[in-house]
Design a protein around this ligand. Sequence first.
Ligand code: UDP
Length: 232
Amino acid sequence: MFNYVTKQQILNILTKRIEDGKKTFLVTANPEIVMHANSEPEYMQVIQQADYVIADGIGIIIGSKIIGQPLPERVPGFELMQELLKKGNEAHWSAYFLGAKKEVVEKAVEMVRRQHPNLVIAGYHDGFFDWEANTIQEEIQRTKPDMVFVALGLPRQENFIVKNLTKFDKGLFIGVGGSFDVIAGTVKRAPVIWQKLNLEWFYRLIKQPSRWRRMLVLPQFLIRMLKIKQKG
Ligand code: UDP
């Protein structure tokens, strides 16, 4: 399921694909996505349509070691997005931003504009829209962005991408979870030291205790990996 790539390698691959005008669907998968895909066959089918699945989160790296297929490093979706924006600024690519609350996406786009003035903003839309009646697809079809960042949370973001992918000719489509909230400053990432110690998940738990239930998925995921190992 996972591509064995470092952050730099996937960045090089995506750069080449964007420059060649290819269409790409990339999933940055954390244990939550993996567990959801395992329990929901429909979501699994959606994930299986991805061109690339990369390891977001330390849980996946630990899990890959447990089953004896170690992945090279974690590639946080947020960092990948930052690198892509940087690259897009240098190369004058265009980007579309879909997701989060209206004021959050507006603020995030404003921040991106400030930090990456040469990146072309193809457009943006908040993440609370009518799935059956909206003009988002038309806008993306018309503006043909090089990158489309979809911040709807899981499973919505991947579902949205797959539902519409055939309508688009080119572009990188990537689900980026709560990244717009981080860019807009409504949610803070863990201090670097926590990130280095692979404790970002713990920081999030302290900051948003309501997430504890969702975090139970981590030990469940690791137990599953251990079971797979025992079987194998
Ligand atoms: N979100 C959205 N539309 C929805 C539900 C959520 O745009 O119908 C946004 C939400 O505002 C947030 C992002 O999706 O910016 C991620 O939400 P969540 O924290 O639930 O997901 P995760 O970060 O865990 O993927």
